[in-house]
Structures are given as C-alpha cells and as structure tokens.
Design a protein around this ligand. Sequence first.
Ligand code: ADP
Ligand code: MG
Length: 704
Amino acid sequence: MGSVLLNSIKYVHGVGEARAKLLEKELGVATLGDMLYHFPFRYIDRSRTYKIGEITENNTSAYIQLRARVVGKAIAGEGRKQRYTVMVADDTGRAEMVWFKGIKWIDKVIEHNREYIIFGRPSFFRGDLSLIHPEIESVEKALSRPRESGLQGIYSTTERLSTTLGTKGIYNIMCEVWNLVRGKIVDYMPDYLRKAHGLISLEEALYNIHFPQSPERLKQAQFRLKFDEFLGIQLNIQAHRSLRTGARNGFIFARVGDKFNTFFHERLPFALTEGQKQAVRDVRNDCVSGVQMNRLLQGDVGSGKTVVALLTMLLAADNGFQSCMMVPTEILARQHYATIAKMVEGVGVRVAILTGTTKTKERRTILESLAAGEIDILIGTHALIEERVQFSNLGLVIIDEQHRFGVEQRAKLWTKNAQAPHILVMTATPIPRTLAMTLYGDLDVSIIRGLPPGRQPVKTYHYTESARLRLFGFLKEQIRRGRQIYIVYPLIKESEKLDYISLQEGFDAIVRDFPLPDFRVAVCHGQMKPEAKQAAMEEFKRGDADILVATSVIEVGVDVPNATVIVIESAERFGLAQLHQLRGRVGRGSEQSYCILMTDEGISAESSKRLEAMCQTSDGFELAELDLKLRGAGDINGTAQSGVAIDLKIANPTYDNQILQLTHRVAREVLEEDGTLSMEKNLSLRQLRDRYAASYKMDFSEIS
Ligand code: ADP
Ligand code: MG
C-alpha cells in the first residue's frame, strides 16, 4: 500500500474530527485506504432521467431520477408528526417530495424556482406522485461532478451514521479521497499474475468499483478485487498447511488392537453406513501418515458422528494414547458420557467426565488419574481447557459441534501437549464445501451423507396463530399415542428478559391447555440452575413428561427417540442452521416425526423464504448453501456463532466459487515454487498475504 493510503480520513474535505470518529466507530474506516475499501454494495443506473408524466403506479418498485423545478414548499403538522413538502414540476406534470426529518436543513438548501436532479423511490398518495426523503442536487452541481457512466454506487451506512452521512455523503467523501490518491496506488499484484489472469491494475479496479466507467469496467474491477481477497486468504491458509504437513510430527496410531476390535465386532449394535465407513477410513489414514491430523467431519444431525469419534478414540487407546472429547454443553457432555460409557463396557477402556459442575473431590480424583494416564477417554465441556487439566499422553482431541467454540478455546486444547495431538472436529451445521475451502482450507474434510437406514424424514410445516387450536388438537393426539413433544421458544441475548417472559407465558398457556393428569409438562431454560435443567431433561427422557417446554438449550445433543413433534415458536427469529438443528431433535426413532414452525402473519419476505426452505428440504447441506445465499457473505463476517471471522468485503464463497477455485490453484502454484514469497517477482505479494494474515489467525492456524 502506498503511504498516502495510510493518511487519516479526518483531513479529507468534508470529514473533520466528528465525522472521522463516527466513520471509525461505525464502519471501521480510519484511513484513506480503509475508505477506498468501503465498497458500494450495489449500483443504480442514473443514466436515465424520467419525466414526471412517465411515472405510473405500475413502476413504483425501482428508484427513479427526475429533473424538475421547485414550485412550492409547505410545512404541515406539529412536533414529531411534522412533515415538509416541496412541490416540483416539469413540463409533463407535478410531484411532491416529502421529508419527516432534517426539515430545517432541507428548507435552507432548497430554493424556490430552481431546477434539481431528484432521485428516489416513487410512491403514489391519493393519485399524486410523491418521493419520500429523496436525494436532491441542483442541476449545476450534478452536472459538474465526475460521472463516468450512469452507474452510481450505493454505500451501506449504519443507522447512527445515516443521519449525518448517508450513501450520498459517503459518495462525496469518496470523490474527495479519490482526488488525493489518484496516481498513487501501488499494485502489489505481480505482472506475471496480472497477465496470466487478465487482471486490471489495482488503481483501475478501485476507481471503477466506486465510479464505474462502464458495466464492463465494473465487472473487471469486481473480478480483480474478489481475486485479491480470495488469493490473500489462500496464501495464508496454504502456507500454514504446508508448514503443518511438512513438519511430519504427527503421532502414529499404527495398531488396530483389542479395544477397537472388541468394540467393533462385539459391541457395536449396528452396521456402519457407507459414509461412516469412509470417515473411519479417512481418519485411520490420517493417523498413520506421520502428519498431524486436522480433519473436519461433517454430517447431518443424526448421521452418526459419535460412533466415528468413538472408534477413533479406541484406536488412540490401542496405541497407548489418551483422548478427550470437548462438547459445548453440560447436557450434551453427560449424554455422550452415558452413551459412550455404556457402549464400551467390557472393552477395557476407562472413561471419565469433567464439567463445570463436577464436585471438587471428584474433580481432584479425575485430574490425578488423568495425569497418571489412568483415564483413556475424557469427555467434558470447556472445563477441559482449564490450566490444571493435564494429560499424561494426549494423542487425540475431538471437538463436537465445533461452531460453539471460540477459536481461542480450541487453541488452548492443543497446547496441552508438547507435540500436537490429532484433531477431529465434528459439526452438524454443515459448512458448504466452498465455504469450508475458504475458511478451513487447512482442514481435510470428511462428509457423512445421509442418515442410518430406517429413518423417515421429518415432515415440516409452517403455521400461523390461526392454526393453533388445530395444532393443539394434533399434539394431544400424538400424546395419546404415547409420543412426546418439544415446544421451543427463542432466547436471544439482547432481549433475554422479554424472551423469558414469553417463555413463561407460553408455559402457563400450555399447562392450561394440557392439564394434569392427562398431560405432564416439564420446562427447561437457560435461567434455571444446571441441576434443575438436568432434572427436567431427565424427566422428559424417562418419559415422565409428555411435553418439554424449552429454550434453544435443547438445540444440540438431546436424544429422545420417542419425541415425534417439535413446535418452534417465533420461528422467524431463528437462523436456518439453528432451525435445522432443532428439527434434528425429532425423527430419531422409527415413528413419523413432525416439525411445526409457528409465526405471526406478518413476517418478512426473507423469513418466509427461510421457513419455506425448511419445509421443502431436510438436507442440512442444501440448507447451508441456501442460508449463505440468503444472508450473503457480508453476514459471515464475524458471525460470532460460527466462530469464523474473515473479513470478506466483496467476494462471496457461494457466488464466486469459480474465482475461489482459481485462486486456490494460483496460491498453490505460487507457494510450490516459492513457499516464503522470497523471489523477486513475488515479494510484493507479501503485502497481500499479510493483509489477510490477521483474519486467518482466527482459524485453525494455531494447531501447528
Ligand atoms: P450425530 O451425528 O447427530 O452426532 P449420533 O452419533 O448421535 O448422531 O447418532 C444418532 C443416532 O443414530 C444414535 O442413536 C446412534 O446410535 C444411531 N446410529 C449411528 N450410526 C448408526 C448406524 N450405522 N445404524 C443405525 N443407527 C445408527
Ligand atoms: Mg452428535
């Protein structure tokens, strides 16, 4: 980056101290360079100017541009209801522009009888054309500005920012910034790569992304900048990967011994599915390769990942190594412990559980046995990563439902050994392959497709309040047949109190509608003590409760095969991945199961799309791809829940898959020839690599 790009945005004409602070706080823009990388999120065509008479009630969905003269102004209403109306006219008709905010300022700048370029979304009020809060600019000024083509970028702002700096304000600053940086942008992309891939220069790209000279130039600019983003990330990921695989210091699990064999031949109650077999093969190959394993095992809810994990842990034990399995919740830890301890009875492995609620005395015993090598498999929550948990010979770490763990938490686990243990990360929130490639390029991926035989897909329906009575009738019918039911309420941090109230009200209503002694209702939510939660879950699991009213606590891990219906209240408030996880709570037995998504009538178009998708497919991978499309790459950035934070400003792993694949190959070729980017022709690429190093650190680089 040329040094001018590092200059503060503060000194740019029209910015100043206060706006600079806001820009930094709201958009993370501190320097000219930051500003240049604040790209428009879409473009509008302003090459066409309409006549007022051309606008009809049929074409009010798009933004339009008018050129008209001010013929009158009026202020109506009082206080917060005040509205300011400006009448404009051209030779075909009249229109009004309306403001509810910023009235004083607008009144000052608008001059009677002057001509303006007006830009906004038309609407009709009692047959009259009106534009609410349009952009306006005097004709003289509009004509004096550089406008290379009709395409104008629209910039995202934030709610706080938009009152002082809307998209037009940002556009204006961008024009100023451009005057300062023109001719000074140094391209870090080596000529040989630019030529090979037909990339325009960085300066041209940045110019055209903000001020497209033509639709073609805009496309080239987008291609260049997406290429840069993906290549920057790939250069990091692949460098780490070659470090890890080059080290060849992985533990070797050469022996398939008694423990594995006894379990596999005598205890395993079912035959493995093809997907499970392949996953086990992948893992076994990794563990004899001499390279530390770093594998992501993806499989839909209920696809049977646990047994793959268990087989791997037995393999470790056969080779004299300890394993640990880290899971996100206490409930899940207990459940895994119960399942696994039972499955390996008589196999000759020692299994223990360690969580936040393990009593002091018990904890001490466990820690001692662990350090003495007397425990083979330790299952637990994040309590496992505490300092004082020391293994004697940790050879394998399994992480279940990895999206729930922060990156630092994961990192702590692998520093428990001088030599890094093998890592198997399991997730039921499928990350589309394309995204996995961007974000987890350092992980090898195994996928278990499909479910064990004999499962019927869950039927999913979207209902509104009007169907509640019918729904309750259906639930009663299911209970009479001996089935059990989950009813789930959203619990989202910011409004925890409110959510808690709605859960309480829901619980009360259900107890009213499902009275004793015919119906037994249990409740489980985040504000209860762990013991009370555990007790409620147990009650439901034993079949002593017909209905479990819960928050998304039950999202992962609860396994009650007799539960056949899950009702998700305010379903529009859950993300697709979460909905899919919740749905995975049913359909675990042989009975037909149902997932009912409840919402009010008026939900957003985007929410309806999500719910519709849920009704149409039960394939988690399809849903994950769709989720990415609905949310766009922008939302992946720093999504706390996914534990992934890669700052993609323009590229989208779903839509730009081809560019992703291309850069994947380019990075490999470059690094194969020059792993440290030390050759003259590659030196400048270091800038690109280092620019994305920080985002990649969020990932699995700590492993090596
Ligand atoms: P998840 O992948 O969601 O963690 P689990 O490992 O909990 O799934 O498995 C779900 C259920 O399927 C468990 O009850 C498990 O015993 C059962 N299961 C796993 N593999 C098979 C198989 N090959 N055949 C039949 N049932 C299986
Ligand atoms: Mg699981």
